[in-house]
Design a protein around this ligand. Structure first.
Ligand SMILES: Cc1cc2nc3c(=O)[nH]c(=O)nc-3n(C[C@H](O)[C@H](O)[C@H](O)COP(=O)(O)OP(=O)(O)OC[C@H]3O[C@@H](n4cnc5c(N)ncnc54)[C@H](O)[C@@H]3O)c2cc1C
Length: 382
């Protein structure tokens, strides 16, 4: 579906990214799902065509672009390989864009060109082993000392952590204040800093091309210049980044829904039972109709959220709705694709079962569906 919200430039970007994803990501997606390998070549090529620096101005190596462009990127990568889309989203938006938005000039100049070109990989961690939905419950400590900060604690489930060169992490910087009221700040930590280590890559159900691990800080010294943004603003910045993450995950979900629908439609037109293609049965047709309706509703939610952001309006509730609806719909659509493929949907030869395993993240990552419902209901009852 083409909406009048998209300009000729957006359509051109979509065409370029679709060609890129079909050529560079789709062919190896099933293998990476098995091996957990990261698509380094595709990552670097995306850097060359400007896909790692969307929403970052050209003076820092970015290619500019608006919120719609980021949706298009996530959607097109998500169609081909949701795991790589997840990693590229965490690198570009959680790490790169928050560094651009909150960082000072020296930090932007030092890190952004490396991130937008794909020379370095970035990650962003707020979740801890004991604090997920309750971000204000983090315990990772940054204690002030001469010339910098001493970090102790751990982060959990951080996308790209096993391969990252730069880590953006949230820590308690003032133990006398609650994190929500000025007690938390973000810090930039470079790979190789003494006291920083990462756990083994976690063996996940889906999104297996995207490496995830724990990060451990043991008396890790961070110089003053690596405080990201204003001291004490960490919680607010985390919430802004989560809004953007929810749009990105929604975009990956949309791409995955499009891929599930295309697979199911193609199969239904080919597969014959009772001497006719199964697509001629109304039971199958209705399933395809439900899949298509959910896909288009998800698209409208996302474009509406992107439009609000471009108008400078708050997106907290709209992003929560996009993520809640899109996340749950993606699981249902991927599951229906399996049903249409029957036994072939249940085996690894076809991508349908991978789509479902990948989609399962969408009601967990970036805040669970329950947390999105909390955000939405809080607004209704305000
Ligand atoms: C593959 C993957 C990649 C990730 N990448 C990152 C990353 O890059 N950076 C990062 O910081 N984090 C990342 N995460 C972490 C993710 O954001 C958290 O897993 C998520 O926020 C949920 O936190 P939790 O796992 O601790 O679950 P919990 O918060 O422990 O929740 C457990 C259950 O309790 C429910 N629950 C909790 N509180 C409430 C409530 N108030 N009302 C109702 N129900 C509630 C939840 O909905 C859930 O069903 C990633 C996770 C995964 C799986």
């Amino acid at each position: 579906m083409m909406l009048p919200l998209l300009t000729a430039e957006h359509r051109m970007l979509q065409q370029t990214l679709r060609q890129f994803a079909e050529k560079e990501l789709a062919p190896g997606a099933a293998d990476r799902d098995t091996t957990g390998a990261f698509a380094w070549d595709a990552f670097k090529s995306l850097g060359k065509i400007g896909g790692l620096g969307l929403m970052i101005p050209p003076e820092y190596g970015g290619s500019g672009g608006d919120t719609f462009s980021t949706q298009i990127l996530m959607q097109e990568l998500g169609r081909a390989d949701a795991g790589m889309a997840l990693s590229i989203g965490a690198h570009s938006f959680l790490c790169g864009y928050s560094l651009y938005r909150d960082g000072n000039e020296a930090q932007r100049q030092k890190y952004l060109p490396k991130l937008t070109s794909g020379e370095w990989v970035g990650c962003w961690g707020i979740t801890e082993p004991g604090a997920g939905s309750d971000v204000a419950g983090i315990t990772c400590q940054a204690k002030k000392e001469a010339g910098g900060w001493r970090l102790n604690g751990a982060k959990m489930f951080v996308t790209n952590a096993p391969i990252a060169d730069v880590f953006i992490v949230l820590a308690i910087s003032d133990a006398d204040k609650p994190p929500i009221k000025g007690g938390a700040s973000f810090f930039l930590v470079e790979k190789g800093t003494p006291g920083l280590s990462t756990g083994k890559p976690l063996d996940k159900m889906g999104m297996r091309a995207s490496p995830t691990s724990e990060i451990i800080f043991e008396d890790c010294f961070i110089p003053d210049e690596n405080l990201l943004g204003t001291e004490g603003c960490g919680f607010r910045h985390a919430m802004q980044t989560l809004d953007l993450e929810r749009c990105g995950l929604g975009g990956i979900g949309l791409g995955l829904m499009e891929a599930s629908l295309a697979l199911a439609k193609g199969y239904a037109c080919e597969r014959k039972q009772f001497k006719v293609p199964i697509a001629s049965f109304q039971g199958i047709q209705f399933k395809l109709a439900d899949m298509a309706s959910a896909t288009e509703t998800c698209r409208l939610h996302l474009w509406h959220t992107a439009w609000l952001r471009e108008q400078g309006q708050p997106i907290n509730v709209a992003a929560a709705m996009s993520k809640l609806y899109g996340g749950e719909a993606a699981i249902k659509v991927a599951d229906t694709a399996i049903q249409i493929l029957g036994g072939y949907g249940y085996i690894k030869e076809f991508a349908a079962e991978r789509y479902l395993r990948d989609a399962r993240l969408f009601t967990i990552g970036g805040g669970t569906s329950d947390i999105q419902r909390l955000i939405i209901s809080r607004e209704i009852l305000r």
